[in-house]
Design a protein. Structure first.
Length: 300
């Protein structure tokens, strides 16, 4: 999802899935407690998951898929419920990124609908959330159904609540209900962990987008500026591009400022090889009577 601009290309979807990764985190230990003993199989499965995520982030999808398959095999060999769920969620992420959506949805169903294994409610909620994310561009009714299931499973206290609210806000905005989107994104911001930088930026960007749609652009600019700071800290080129693009839209009453934001967005898009972004900002600048600066030649 370009969540904010309506761009729904493969790069956007890949990054969206990466926002809800299912890798198990290490437990926080009290000062006097002893770490729980981990079996060799648990260590091996987690190692495959870590390597698989590294290859996924590098864009090496076939290698990533093979590593997650190995993680699943090891987890199944000792019937480690949580590790099985994690591996299936990761496999689904890769399948969707590869365009093999049916296989990805099947992996998600094996988590959300499994009755024999003791998957946690939060893992099942994550599977439903990912199903909604996979379907939102092509099957709105199916996405809404999955999102309702995710919210029901999650309840008011699980760690995915902010992400679920953000997707609900996006779908409300995309469906022409910016007032609902604004409320949902504000709720999401309050539900997200402070260290969830990119998702908090998503929430701010959704609020800014809703304000633009509601014709209150002055309210959008400080929200988008804060999102831009978070995205710069995270080094997310695509999100920085989106922030600047929207800041230009929010500055439509000040043509010089709008052109400046769009020129910056154009440069970020060119440097990050975002061709759709380059073309879009070039059109906006041409309409505004400005000529975009040509990008520097790429290094050999």
């Amino acid at each position: 999802m370009s969540l904010m601009t309506g761009q729904q290309d493969d790069r956007r979807r890949l990054r969206l899935w990466a926002c809800t990764l299912g890798l198990a985190g290490a437990a926080l230990l009290g000062a006097c407690s002893s770490p729980p003993q981990r079996s060799p199989a648990e260590i091996q499965a987690q190692g495959y998951n870590v390597q698989g995520m590294e290859r996924f982030k590098a864009g090496a999808l076939p290698q990533s898929l093979a590593l997650f398959e190995q993680a699943l095999s090891v987890a199944q060999s000792v019937e480690d419920d949580n590790a099985i769920a994690v591996a299936r969620l990761n496999l689904a992420m890769v399948y969707v990124a590869m365009g093999r959506q049916d296989e990805g949805l099947h992996q998600l169903d094996l988590v959300s609908n499994e009755q024999r294994l003791a998957f946690s409610t939060e893992r099942r909620a994550e599977a439903s959330l990912r199903r909604a994310m996979a379907l939102e561009a092509t099957d709105r009714a199916g996405a809404q159904e999955a999102l309702v299931q995710a919210a029901t499973l999650c309840g008011s206290g699980c760690g995915l609540r902010g992400k679920i609210l953000n997707l609900q806000a996006y779908m409300a905005l995309d469906g022409g209900h910016p007032d609902d989107a604004l409320k949902l994104a504000q709720q999401a911001q309050g539900a997200l962990a402070k260290d969830d930088t990119l998702e908090r930026a998503n929430s701010l960007r959704l609020q800014g987008s809703a304000d633009i749609a509601l014709k209150t652009p002055a309210a959008a600019l400080p929200l988008l500026d804060e999102a831009l700071k978070l995205d710069k800290a995270a080094g997310s080129s695509q999100k920085i591009y989106q922030d600047l693009l929207l800041m230009g839209q929010a500055s439509s009453g000040q043509p010089d400022k709008a052109r400046d934001y769009w020129a910056r967005a154009h440069e970020v898009a060119a440097a990050s090889k975002n061709q759709a972004g380059v073309e879009r900002t070039a059109r906006l600048l041409a309409q505004a009577g400005a000529t975009p600066v040509a990008p520097a030649a790429a290094a050999p």
